[in-house]
Design a protein around this ligand. Structure first.
Ligand code: KIV
Ligand code: ZN
Length: 514
């Protein structure tokens, strides 16, 4: 009989802690909906005590996402636990995830508390959570650098107080598969009551071993894996959902009969959505979801593939959702048909937004021969990153360049009801346009990253541009979609600057995490 492994997705919490990965409320909702379609068991929707905006986003996800557990993170402080409860209380299945450090180095230098005090904080925190709800997860942060007997004492206290899931984080990505297995076996043997709870693991990828460590933990008895889409997360990132799920599925012969609830065909759509919403591109050679993950370049490989797919392919691209860009609509489809298609793709939009999306769709059908699901998803997601009024809007742009590489550009932006026009020059049209925009917005922004993707193949493909800029040491991302890549570039840059100018989405870090 197969055994269930629960998938706890923390893209919206640990993933969002990646510098510059901050998402707007609408983007978070879209990601949460996709996580439901993907079939994750638990969505860690955020850290509600971080800001009123974070609390509101978790609350919305809790109210709107059905058939899934919605968790909110909280330090062991009551103020955090109370905020987490406020955020998740209307979920069909609410969970509070509370954590405190267990390693000597964290307790001494970060918490500045004696170990016995930390144990008491853990006890009081789980007790406080249980006063609100039954599903309580407790994490011992930096568990892999902790004294094992102390770790077991901390876990025993959490169990005594009623925690239902115990999470063992490899917070700094330090452990190795064999060592992690030994740690889990030790915890199982020396923690009274451990058989009553679900053992969870949460790995970071600092040494590139997050997936290996997580899989090893499953063989040692972990039945919840904490993961993020694309492996997004603090520093080198978290364990990647797609790698763990596909490894368990593809190597059942080795790992054993473990089942997740993941609908694997939703993996690539989830990856694309998270990449666009977070502004963090997927590296082309990333396992499962990278653009080259199923590309066979060498003649020998191609020859083998033609003769028998299994020669070089251990899973099919279809099984993880590649190649599902269907031809869907033309300019005669009408607004009702367009709305229906949006619904089928999982988007419920209000009438105003529907109107502007429809107009973009019609414009697109004029410029592009075949409009596919991927095109529609791209324009919806592009639109969803704009939550409300923004300081600057683009009215017009023009750019020209010559064979000497020098380019000239002009933009007209609207700001506070006034039209502002500026010109700029640079090495290429995009550079010239960015300099024209800078001279109006004047934030001293540094362009850190520029990335372009074709949404679909073909000459008339829409180009999706993602940029990351820093302003006063903080990173902001923006993306833009259009059939003209210069226009996508302008939109992406202006979106990032608008985010910086309104600073409504300043990156939030969970105080106390590493
Ligand atoms: O990495 C970590 O230890 C965390 C905890 C909050 C679980 O993210
Ligand atoms: Zn983490």
């Amino acid at each position: 009989m197969s055994e269930r492994v629960l998938v706890f997705d923390t893209t919206l919490r640990d993933g969002e802690q990646s510098p510059g990965a901050t998402m707007s409320e609408n983007e978070k909702i879209e990601v949460a909906r996709q996580l439901v379609r993907l079939g994750v068991d638990i969505i860690e929707a955020g850290y509600p005590a971080a800001s009123p905006g974070d609390l509101a986003a978790v609350q919305r996800i809790a109210r709107e996402c059905k058939g899934v557990t919605v968790a909110g993170l909280a330090r062991v402080q009551f103020i955090d636990i109370d905020a987490a409860w406020e955020a998740v209380r209307y979920a069909e299945n609410p969970r509070i995830h509370t954590f405190v450090s267990s390693s000597p180095i964290h307790m001494q230098y970060q918490l500045r508390k004696e170990p016995e005090e930390v144990l008491e904080m853990a006890r009081q925190a789980v007790r406080r959570c249980k006063g609100y709800l039954s599903d309580v997860q407790f994490s011992a942060m930096d568990a892999t650098r902790s004294d094992l007997d102390f770790l077991c004492r901390m876990f025993a206290i959490a169990i005594e107080e009623g925690a239902t899931t115990l999470n063992i984080p490899d917070t700094v990505g330090y452990t190795t598969p064999e060592e992690f297995v030994r740690l889990i076996e030790y915890v199982k043997e020396h923690t009274p009551g451990i058989e009553k709870v679900v053992i969870s693991v949460h790995c970071h990828d600092d040494l590139g071993m997050a997936t290996a460590n997580t899989l090893a933990a499953v063989t040692a008895g972990a039945r919840q894996v904490e993961v993020t889409v694309n492996g997004l997360g603090e520093r080198a990132g978290n364990t990647s959902l797609e790698e763990v799920v596909m490894a368990l599925k593809t190597r059942r012969d080795f790992f054993g009969d473990y089942e997740t609830r993941i609908n694997t065909q939703e993996i690539v759509p989830a990856s694309r959505l998270v990449s666009r919403a977070s502004g963090i591109p997927v590296q082309p050679n990333k396992a499962i979801v990278g653009a080259n993950a199923f590309a066979h370049e060498s003649g020998i490989h191609q020859d083998g593939m033609i003769k028998h797919r299994d020669t070089y392919e251990i899973m099919t691209p279809d099984s993880v959702g590649w190649g599902q860009t269907k031809l869907v609509m033309g300019k005669h489809s009408g607004r009702a048909g367009f709305r229906e298609r949006l619904r089928e793709l999982g988007y419920e939009v209000d009438p105003d937004r529907l109107m502007s999306l429809y107009q973009r769709f019609i414009t697109l059908t004029d410029r592009k021969k075949h409009v596919t699901d991927a095109d529609i998803i791209a324009i919806v997601e592009d639109q969803l990153q704009h939550d409300g009024p923004e300081p600057y809007s683009l009215l017009a742009w023009r750019a020209s360049s010559g064979s000497d590489g020098k380019a000239q550009a002009a933009v007209i932006l609207e700001h506070g009801g006034i039209e502002r026009e500026a010109t700029g020059s640079g090495n290429g049209q995009i550079d010239a346009l960015y300099s024209a925009i800078d001279s109006i917005v004047q934030l001293g922004a540094e362009l850190e990253e520029y990335h372009i993707d074709a949404i679909t193949p073909g000459d008339d493909a829409q180009g999706a541009v993602t940029v990351r800029v820093t302003v006063d040491g903080r990173t902001y991302s923006g993306h833009g979609v259009a059939t003209d890549i210069i226009e996508s570039s302008v939109k992406a840059y202006l979106t990032a600057l608008n985010r910086a100018a309104s600073a409504v989405v300043a990156p939030v870090r969970v105080e106390g995490t590493v």
